[in-house]
Design a protein around this ligand. Sequence first.
Ligand code: GTP
Ligand code: MG
Length: 348
Amino acid sequence: MVRETLGEDAVIVATRDEKGGPGHGGGVRVTAAIDPSDYNADYNDEMFGAPAFETHGRAAPSAAETWLQYDAEDEEAAVAEEITDAMLRHSVPEDVMDQILSCATVIGFEEPGIALIAAVEHLFHFTPLPTGKTAKAIMMVGPPGSGKTLAVAKQAARAVMNGLKVGVVTTDTVRAGGLEQLQGFMKLLNIQLVKAKNTAELQGALEGLRGCDQILIDTAGVNPFNGDDLRGLARMIGAGAIEAYLVLPGGMDSEESGEIGRVFSTIGVHKLIPSRVDIARRLGGLLSAAHHGGMSFAEATNTPKVADGFLSLNPKNLSKLLMPAAYRDSSSSPGRMDQARKGARRAQ
Ligand SMILES: Nc1nc2c(ncn2[C@@H]2O[C@H](COP(=O)(O)OP(=O)(O)OP(=O)(O)O)[C@@H](O)[C@H]2O)c(=O)[nH]1
Ligand SMILES: [Mg+2]
């Protein structure tokens, strides 16, 4: 019925059972939307008259009240609408948006902020970078210029501050300037930088740093769509006990980021460090990378300064990045967080 009324591109944003409807003691309220660019004026206006109002980029017909209702008071629809707006602003790809929306709708909170936290908690995983001694070396990988070296420096600085013995290796030995940049950071931290230009040298370096609490590995940027680059990196990851983290900037095209996430996951990268979230207006690409690569969010970088460290990521922080307005008044009420957690579990 929605398609008949609004055209093929209409989407159902929310549905709700209504008590006391005509005939059978109940009914279903459906809230649907279309993009204004998809609105077929001739077709729709002929049937229902021109749209009575526009709601943040979506139009709804005015005369479909018999079965299709838009009610500004309808909290559930308002929740779905606010989350939809945020997802559209961040260019979240449709498949991820659908999952977030249906999850938020199933959970059924009255507040968009809480519903989004619950949906994010249900759909994504979060594994912060280790802050203590680790059995596996931490390797930063990703496309050129994504923020790998800065992430290594931030992690090294934090580990040194925590009193850990840190070893740092770089496999980025060819590119002009690559080495000097990290060497500069490491000098400040009083860490000797070890160079490894191939898998055998990396194995030797890991062996030599066995006594360290944490070993960090910086790598050269790779083209995710180049088989040789990818195979070379896969060999490096397989050189020893290594956990690889994909460092990927926000603000990239969502489809592109999703594909990059998927490609890196095929070579055993299952953790994601979003970078440059301070200079990105659209974070949909990061959700897409995590979703399509089956990756867990580690921590993010949101400053170019080593000493500022990472931005921790959890369902609440990520939701705040996506929809800041929803959290301005609600601060961090622990009761609400519990509610969101229960909701996420219910959805499971
Ligand atoms: N504002 C801001 N700048 C960042 C962030 N992460 C990285 N940068 C900057 O982005 C640039 C590239 O960062 P690098 O850490 O050198 O990136 P990379 O992945 O090591 O680059 P390649 O080794 O060339 O592949 C540097 O100027 C960083 O300071 C961030 O979270 N916020
Ligand atoms: Mg680098």
